[in-house]
Design a protein around this ligand. Structure first.
Ligand code: DMJ
Length: 639
């Protein structure tokens, strides 16, 4: 100990006090006893974990901080060191993310401290950490849990948010024509039928198997259950299916277990579970939905611990280990997956007061804005290690789709303040128009795919959402550009409609082509199926709201009739294997997105415009409504 060391020219401490040998001995004995007592108190008393955290080597606490909440700024800043990174993709994730080694009480304390963290920690000068691949991530100034615990707990002001809405959530009903009402009621009946059968045969499983009348769990959600419950909640609420909504809510309260240990798709958990829970919280103000969303959000954070901060696609919700999809090129992450987190993560920050979620997605933006874009296009595969593209495949359908959607919706959700997102969207759309938009010999406009400069003249069903997206974006352009984009949106939507009308069932195939004499039809057996997807009716809904041309409601009604005729079975709705066969074979699966999206968009198509008004809400890519920030919030999440 420094204080006892004899300094030159100075007598030692005990000597200076004039003590004799036995007294010196007793003094030293007393002193060592005192020291033992102090250290014992630090490490053994009930409230000692924060001191342990300060004194113990970093590695001993890291797993606790990263899994508990990253909400602790210091936890997230410690997570990017190269030494913790896998050597080569696809790789097992950073072992430090596995939390079980950390004492439970320590984890709980850190979690509590993080929850209670007040307004965002600002980035301290010099707190940017250089990481492999030349990217750097802003790291917030370290804020000790000690300091945080003294602040008032953050509380999202729900009442203030409700007052900020410009329209009542479920809207008015006066003066509508009876046919529109009858059609809407029919769609409501379809939702009730889908829900009732799920409840009867598969409640607590992820999806209903309507032919065999049992449940399906699948392997996308890492052991989470009830995907259909969570996906259906806001649709039940909007359709005023009160009893059914209560059934779903009760299941969430009593049976929705987040302590699972399995491999989940980061993207799917985010868009379905977090999106569904957030939307239902905003619609109802019921705390249970908010707390489940926040708890689940924290479980996704370890996926971001990569050299660039671009998350890997798969995460074990128990251990926090993450890795890339086995099928993704060279351990890459997928554009439509890591690019489809922004809306939900900003709301997680907004509701928790904790900036960590917003920081994660803003970093993704930073990486993307810096990387060079071939011809201005965004390829679908990016390395989370180097931050460079792995393969030059570009698509506005699968693997790319919702990345573009989230750019324009981020801007809208920020009440048009997030100009970076708007610019990225505008630039991307310009490149798409220039390189991918084509017209078929028969005059149909479509968006092709791009493989290293070579066009694949194919559109997936997934790409049909783009009609709605482009129309939505066009509202905020002026002059020629607005008109051009509205025309493009209408033409693409019309092409997608053609893909439906040219089939025998009047439902569209998974992909359709414009080559070798084919025009908006599937040419491969493997592309002839329809799994109750929403994208075409999604575009009808936007085009209806933005133009009020009756054809969009007519087209939507055609889909309702086709669903009733070919997909409705005794115990629910099922996908079909071949849209070109009038005696279709069913795939025995009622997808959860059928309740979240397909039926919701159809219902909204026959509602007044003020039901979930586009002035108040943006829909996440699973059709879960998230509010536009009209409140000029100073909370963590909003730009
Ligand atoms: C949904 O889960 C979402 O719309 C997602 O963005 C794409 N695929 C399905 C529906 O087809």
């Amino acid at each position: 100990m420094v204080v006892l060391r004899k300094l030159p020219g100075m007598p030692g401490w005990p000597a200076a006090l004039g003590l004799r040998l036995p007294q010196k001995f007793l003094f030293l004995l007393f002193l060592s006893g005192l020291l033992t007592l102090c250290f014992g108190a630090l490490f053994l008393l009930p409230d000692s974990s924060r001191f342990k955290r300060l004194f113990l080597p970093r590695r001993a606490t890291a797993s606790a901080s990263s899994s508990s909440s990253a909400s602790s700024s210091s936890a997230s800043s410690s997570s990017t060191r190269d030494t913790d990174l896998p050597r080569s993709p696809p790789a097992a994730a950073e072992p430090r993310h596995a939390s079980p080694a950390a004492p439970r009480r320590l984890r709980e304390k850190l979690r509590t401290a993080a929850r209670m963290a007040g307004p965002p920690a600002r980035t301290a000068p010099g707190s940017r950490q250089q990481v492999q691949g030349g990217e750097s991530r802003a790291q917030p100034a370290s804020a000790s849990p000690l300091a945080r615990e003294t602040r008032a707990p953050f509380r999202f002001d729900y009442e203030r948010f409700r007052r900020s809405l410009r329209h009542p959530v479920r809207g008015g009903r006066s003066g509508e024509d009876p046919e529109t009402r009858a059609r809407r009621m029919k769609i409501k009946e379809m939702m009730k039928f889908a829900w009732d059968n799920y409840k009867q045969y598969a409640l607590g499983k992820n999806e209903l198997r309507p032919l065999t009348k049992n449940g399906h769990i699948g392997n996308m959600f890492g052991g989470l259950r009830g995907a259909t419950v969570i996906d259906a909640l806001d649709t039940l609420y909007i359709m005023e299916l009160e009893e059914e909504f209560q059934e779903a809510k009760q299941w969430v309260e009593k049976s929705f277990d987040l302590n699972v240990n399995g491999e989940a798709s980061l993207f799917e958990v985010n868009i379905r579970y977090i999106g569904g829970l957030l939307a239902t919280y905003y619609l109802t103000g019921e705390e249970v939905f908010k707390s489940k969303a926040l708890e689940l959000g924290e479980k996704l954070l370890p996926a971001f611990n990569t050299p660039t901060g671009i998350p890997r696609g798969v995460i074990n919700l128990g251990s926090g280990m993450s890795w890339s999809w086995g099928w993704a090129s060279a351990g890459s992450s997928i554009l439509a997956e890591f690019g489809t987190l922004h809306l939900e993560f900003l709301h997680l920050s907004e509701l928790s007061g904790n900036p960590v979620f917003a920081e994660k997605v803003r970093n993704i933006r930073r990486v993307l804005s810096r990387v060079e874009k071939p011809q201005g296009l965004y390829p679908n595969f990016l390395s989370p290690v180097t931050g460079s593209w792995v393969q030059h495949h570009v698509s506005i359908g699968g693997l790319g789709d919702s990345f573009y959607e989230y750019l324009i919706k981020s801007w809208l959700m920020s009440d048009k303040k997030d100009s970076e997102a708007k610019k990225m969207y505008d630039d991307a759309l310009e490149a798409i128009e220039k390189h991918l938009v084509k017209k078929s010999a028969g005059g149909l406009t479509y968006i092709a795919e791009w493989r290293g400069g070579i066009l694949d003249h194919k559109m997936g069903h997934l790409a049909c959402f783009s009609g709605g997206m482009i129309a939505l974006g066009a509202q905020h352009s002026t002059g020629d550009r607005r008109q051009r984009h509205m025309e493009l949106a209408a033409e693409i939507t019309s092409t997608c409609h053609e893909s439906y009308t040219r089939s025998d069932t009047k439902l569209g195939p998974e992909a359709f082509r414009f080559d070798a004499g084919s025009e908006a039809t599937a040419t491969r057996l493997s592309e002839r199926y329809y799994i109750l997807r929403p994208e075409v009716v999604e575009s009808y809904m936007y085009l209806w709201r933005l133009t009020h041309q009756p054809k969009y409601r007519h087209w939507g009604w055609e889909v309702v009739q086709a669903l009733e005729k070919h997909c409705r079975v005794e115990a629910g709705f099922s996908g079909i294997r071949d849209v070109y066969s009038t005696t279709p074979s069913h795939d025995n699966m009622q997808q959860s997105f059928f309740l979240a999206e397909t039926l919701k968009y159809l219902y909204l198509l026959f509602c007044e415009d003020d039901v979930l008004s586009l002035e108040d809400w943006v829909f996440n890519t699973e059709a879960h409504p998230l509010p536009i920030n009209h409140t000029d919030s100073k909370a963590a999440g909003q730009p």
